[in-house]
Design a protein around this ligand. Sequence first.
Ligand code: GLU
Length: 294
Amino acid sequence: MSKNVFRFAPSPNGHLHLGHALSALLNARAAVALNGRLLVRVEDIDRTRCTPELERDMFEDLAWLGLQWERPVVRQSDCFAFYRAALERLQDTGLVYPAYLTRAEIKGFVSEQEAAGEAWPRDPDGAPLYPGDAAVLCDAELRQRAVSDAPFALRLDMKGALERIGARPSWQEAGAEGGGLFEPPVSVEADPAAWGDVVLARKDTPTSYHLSVVVDDARQGVTDVLRGQDLYHATSVHRVLQDLLGLPQPVYRHHRLVLDTDGRKLSKSNGDTSLKALRAAGMTHAMLRRRIGL
Ligand code: GLU
C-alpha cells in the first residue's frame, strides 16, 4: 500500500512562530502515526520578503524542534518552470485574464461604493472581491494599459471556471491530531465563488501561493495536507485549480490555531513570539509543548 505523504510548507518571509511549531509537530506526529513520510517545502516565491537568513533560521528552528524530514527539500523558487507550465495550461482554457487595477484603485473604488451605501463583497480573508477593470477604467485607459508596460495580475475567471468544472467542487476533510487522524474524512462543500477572480500570477512573478501550492502538492505526491485553520477557506480555490488542471486531490486536515494572550492569531510581524526569540529567552521543549497544547 502506498504511504501517506505529509508536508510542512513554511514561507521564510519572517521568523517561524508558535503556530508554525504546532503545524510542524502535528505533521511529524501524523506521519509517524500513519506510517507515512514527511516533507518540508520552502515556499519562497516572494523573492523580496524571503531571505537566505530567514531560511537558515527556519531550518535551525526545525532542527531544534527535533523534526525529521526527507531530503532534498523542494524550494519553490527553483520550480518556476513548473508553475509557468501550469499557468499556460490554464491560459489555454481562456479562463485567465490580465487585470490592471492597482491595489489603491481597487481600494478607492470600493470606498466609493461603500460611501454610496453599497456593501462591497469581501473574500474570506477580508479583501474586497475584484470589481473588474471595466468598472473603474474607461475604454481609452484600458487600451493604454494593455499596450503600455503597466503592471498587471493574471486572474482566474472564477465564474467561467465553475461553469467549466460543472459540479460544485468539494473536498475531503479529516482530523489533524489524536484519534481524529484515524477517523474517515467527511466531505466539505467548497465555496470558490466567495473568493471571486483570484490572482494566479503577476507580471513579474509567474505564479501565486494558490497556483504553486496545488502544483507542488501534486508533483510531490502529497496525500495529506495538514495545515492551519487559517487556510481552510483557501482549500476552495485549491480544489478548483486541481479540477481545472486534472490534478489529484489530497485529504485536507486543518488544525487549530495558536492564539496570543489576547486571543488573536499569531503573526510573523509579532517578533516576541518567534521561536528564535523564545529559544533565546530560555524556552524548553516542555514549555513549548505546554504553550501549544501538545
Ligand atoms: N506557505 C504557507 C504559509 O506559510 C502554507 C501553505 C500551505 O500549507 O498550504 O502560510
